[in-house]
Design a protein around this ligand. Structure first.
Ligand SMILES: Nc1ncnc2c1ncn2[C@@H]1O[C@H](COP(=O)(O)OP(=O)(O)OP(=O)(O)O)[C@@H](O)[C@H]1O
Ligand SMILES: [Mg+2]
Length: 262
């Protein structure tokens, strides 16, 4: 089982979009996938068509040990794809976690019960580096960082990498950077191109080869409560997420093999 935290403390960079569509593309490759909505905004849940009624219990109850993960996970209408939705109480979790012992390990402990059931667990993180994101990073083998190609993107990235290093040192030595996914990429835009180049110079092969283009179908899909892969499978957005999924599959399987060989 491979756990991937999709994180960037910067808001609106495409974390949730990447979580939903990467999860869908991996499920389409017949991998058993669980997506965890760890953001109090609950966008990954609504983006999959889960609204208030179906979200009475979710990641909050699991984190705080009120419910078992297996009780709160819901099968989506996409074969092989399940979701642990965000429930309304999740907005209080940041504060409530502070006073708990082992507060960074709550998610990891709760997932032990279900980890055998999935090939991939994808965690959609909130736009902050608080305890919710720390719980995700502590549970994960990999962090995948969506990065929107714009001016301040690189500044936030160094802060994020510092956090990753701190987590590696103190909470989870297994964590590694799976890659940086360039999102909302527009090759006709000079700035977009320039930032992409800077990121590639800096992070080299850690940047996924296939950027995700800015695509109107990607932004329309959530209002229909569906991944873009179901909304319009022929769109450039769908194609890009399928290519990203094949890179993710290749890298996670390759690295496992290397670890095994060693
Ligand atoms: N490739 C894309 N093309 C067009 N629109 C996109 C693309 N990726 C994301 N969007 C849109 O940009 C907005 C932000 O994306 P998203 O919600 O995935 O970001 P986020 O990082 O999860 O945000 P937050 O930090 O608030 O959780 C959404 O309205 C989404 O539909
Ligand atoms: Mg989000």
């Amino acid at each position: 089982m491979t756990v991937i935290a999709i994180a960037n403390q910067k808001g609106g960079v495409g974390k949730t979009t990447t979580a939903i569509n990467l999860a869908t593309a991996l499920a389409a490759s017949l991998k058993k996938v669980l997506m965890i909505d760890l953001d109090p905004q609950g966008n990954a849940s609504t983006g999959m068509g889960l609204y208030g009624r179906e979200r009475k219990a979710g990641s909050y109850e699991v984190l705080l040990g009120i419910e078992k993960a297996s009780e709160c996970i819901i099968k989506t209408r996409i074969p092989y794809l399940s979701i642990l939705p965000a429930s309304p109480h999740l907005s209080g979790a940041e504060v409530e976690l502070v006073s708990l012992p082992q507060r960074e390990f709550k998610l990891k402990q709760a997932l032990e019960e279900v980890e055998e059931d999935y090939d991939y667990i994808l965690i959609d993180c909130p736009p902050s580096l608080g305890f919710l994101t720390l719980n995700a990073l502590t549970s994960a083998n990999y962090i995948l960082v969506p990065l929107q190609c714009e001016f301040y993107a690189l500044e936030g990235l160094s802060q994020l990498m510092n956090t990753v290093r701190r987590v590696q040192g103190r909470l989870n030595s297994q964590l590694s950077l799976l890659g940086i996914a360039l999102t909302m990429y527009d090759k006709r835009n000079v700035l977009s191109e320039q930032v992409a180049e800077d990121v590639r110079t800096h992070f080299k092969e850690l940047v996924f080869k296939n950027p995700i283009p800015r695509n109107v179908k990607i932004s329309e899909a959530p209002s229909h409560g569906t991944p873009v892969l179901l909304y319009d499978v022929r769109s450039s957005g769908s194609l890009a997420y399928m290519k990203l999924a094949s890179e993710v599959l290749q890298q996670t399987q390759e690295r496992k093999y290397v670890e095994f060989a060693n």
